[in-house]
Design a protein around this ligand. Structure first.
Ligand code: HEC
Length: 118
């Protein structure tokens, strides 16, 4: 009798535990996969010119005359569409990212650039 109980217990454990694990990893993915990590993208693709703080005080940024993304006046007059376009197609010495990044990633970067507004 004890033996049967143990087998049932084991079977229950084996069938419920993997499914528990599966739902856990699914929800973990749902949280991080579709959402674009804009901070990471920016640090990797943009910070070399625009700097981590967006002020473009880096050596490369100064050399290329990269825009100060924290400039309040610029932030005021520029539209989201233009920021999107500039990232997508490039502008002067700013490289185009249309082939490198997805539309979703560029949209996330527009929001990230907006956050530099002082
Ligand atoms: C090689 C250096 C370089 C890199 C890397 C770079 N930029 Fe630029 N960026 C520039 C330069 C130079 C300008 C100024 C272009 C102009 O206004 O004529 C600029 C301008 C901009 C502007 C202003 C555009 C406008 O229409 O006023 C935005 C927004 C911007 N960059 C965002 C980004 C983002 C986001 C990334 C990363 C995906 C990035 N940049 C990567 C050099 C760079």
């Amino acid at each position: 009798m004890k033996h049967v109980f143990f087998v049932v217990l084991l079977a229950t454990f084996a069938t419920t535990y993997p499914s528990l694990l599966a739902t856990k990893s699914l929800t973990a993915n749902a949280g991080s996969f579709p959402a674009v990590n804009a901070a990471q993208l920016y640090a990797k693709q943009c910070a070399s010119c625009h700097g981590k703080d967006g002020r473009s005080k880096t050596f490369k940024g100064k050399l290329k005359h990269a825009r100060n993304l924290t400039d309040a006046e610029w932030q005021e007059k520029v539209s989201d569409e233009r920021i999107f376009n500039s990232i997508m197609n490039g502008k002067e010495k700013m490289p185009a990212y249309g082939k490198k990044l997805s539309q979703e990633q560029i949209e996330a970067l527009v929001t990230y650039v907006r956050a530099f507004k002082k």
